[in-house]
Structure formats: C-alpha cells, structure tokens
Design a protein around this ligand. Structure first.
Ligand SMILES: Nc1ncnc2c1ncn2[C@@H]1O[C@H](COP(=O)(O)OP(=O)(O)O)[C@@H](O)[C@H]1O
Ligand SMILES: [Mg+2]
Length: 236
C-alpha cells in the first residue's frame, strides 16, 4: 500500500501546525512495518489518516481496505466479557452467527485467551486485555492491522512476551501490520522495515528483511544498527 505526498495540519491557538509534510511511505502488505519516532512527530496522526478516522489536507493513501486499529489502552467495554468484546465491532447479524463459529475459537486460541472467554476486562491482566483487543481487531478480518504503541503501557517482561506473541500471530495470519513505537528495541525486535518519522516526513528507512526472527538484539549487526538508528533519531 502506497502513501504519497500526504499533508496534514491542525489549527492550534490560531496558528497552523504542520504535522505531516508531503510524506511518502510504502507499507508492506504482509510484513511488519514499524514507524519509529519521538513523541509528537505525527505517528498517531498518520495512523488515524490511514484508518480513515481523519481526512488528509492533500496527498494519496492507496487502497487500504479494512483496517483494524489497536491503541495503547485496550479500550474494551467493561460490561462485556471477552467473547462479546471480540465480537463487538461486527455487524449484529454476523455477531450471533460467529458466537459458535470456529473462527472465534481460533482467535481465542491464537491470542492465548482460552479459558477466559467469559471473563470481564477487570478480571484480566494488562497483557491479556491487550490480547483481547488484538482478537477484536482480527475478528473484523482487516487487510491491515494498525497498532499505535500497543505495548507501551505494559511492564518490561509482559511487553517482551507480547512482542513474541505478535510475531507468532503474524506468522499465522500474515496481515500487513503498521506498528508505531518510540522504542528502538521494540522496532528492531519486530520490524521487517523500520521507518524513522521526523518533522512529518520519513527521514530514513531500514530494511531488516533478511534478519530472521526471533532476533538477538545483542548480535553484532543489530548492535551497529541500533547505534545508527539512535544517532538518526538524536539528530535534528
Ligand atoms: N486533533 C488535533 N488538534 C490539534 N493538534 C493536534 C491534534 N492531534 C494531534 N495534534 C498535534 O499534532 C502533533 C502530532 O501529534 P501525534 O500524531 O499525536 O504525535 P505522536 O503520535 O507521534 O506523538 C502534536 O504536536 C499534537 O499536539
Ligand atoms: Mg501517538
């Protein structure tokens, strides 16, 4: 999916704030593309435009099809159990028929929620809530998953585990994933391509296509890459 010349600005206190400035980006249909950048550089804005939650001022976003979006907070409905939360985004007609559906069972197994089908969000850990949010996004059968710092609020160990699980899910479902983060380690753990976003443009792109999963970040090549990326993000 190709994005070309994307521009978006906001009016803030009577002044024009340019957030995306003629941004070009190619998103892999089946791989994991990571957008890496400092807070405020326009990552969420980009995702919202791709998801169609907002309109661009100008530019082109290729044919995205259906998108499933996952935020930093799980945004589950507290009064619905796991099953009903997963089915929540579907049209009513599909919801009823899917309750017994093999696909639902598959999603629950895929996201490691077996045995918790009837649990309410308050009874789940943060990681499990985020897995339920992931299952809900997948139930919608999107072409692309858009993930906005989905693991940023989790503790270190849960975050590592979620990254591994996302890779496992990705190897089974093969969706295009656009994953936003401000963690260089996270980007290098999961990204097939890492794009550095700065001042509303893609400043630099790195391909990790030939680095297999699971990745050892202490491997010499990746240590070098981390130095390079750290420098790129540090520079103005
Ligand atoms: N709805 C909005 N109205 C005005 N300014 C906004 C709005 N949404 C985002 N911004 C501004 O746009 C810039 C980029 O925001 P955002 O895309 O959320 O960045 P990031 O996700 O990279 O932290 C920030 O300066 C933010 O304050
Ligand atoms: Mg953001």
């Amino acid at each position: 999916m190709e994005i070309q010349n994307l521009c978006k600005s906001y009016q803030v206190s009577g002044r024009k704030l340019d957030v995306l400035n003629q941004l070009d980006l190619n998103i892999d249909d089946h791989g994991i593309t990571v957008i890496l950048g400092r807070s405020g550089c326009g990552k969420t804005t980009l995702l919202r435009l791709i998801a169609g939650l907002e309109h661009a001022d100008s530019g082109e976003i290729g044919d995205v099809g259906k998108t499933g979006i996952i935020f930093q907070e799980p945004r589950l409905m507290p009064w619905l159990n796991v099953t009903d939360n997963i089915l929540f985004g579907l049209p009513k007609s599909e919801r009823k028929q899917k309750t017994e559906h093999a696909k639902l069972k598959h999603l629950i197994e895929l996201t490691g929620l077996s045995g918790f089908e009837k649990a309410f969000p308050s009874q789940l850990s943060g990681g499990m809530q985020q897995r339920a949010a992931l299952a809900r996004a997948l139930a919608y059968e999107p072409e692309y998953l858009l993930m906005d710092e989905p693991f940023a609020a989790l503790d270190h160990f849960t975050r590592k585990q979620m990254q591994e699980e996302l890779l496992k899910i990705h190897s089974e479902e093969k969706k295009g994933i656009l994953f936003v983060t401000h963690s260089i380690d996270e980007a290098m753990t999961i990204g097939k391509k890492i794009v550095i976003l700065e001042h509303g443009v893609c400043k630099k792109e790195y391909s990790l296509e030939h680095v297999s999963y699971p990745r050892d970040l202490l491997d010499g090549t990746l240590v070098e890459l981390k130095k390079e990326i750290t420098q790129q993000i540090g520079m103005d």
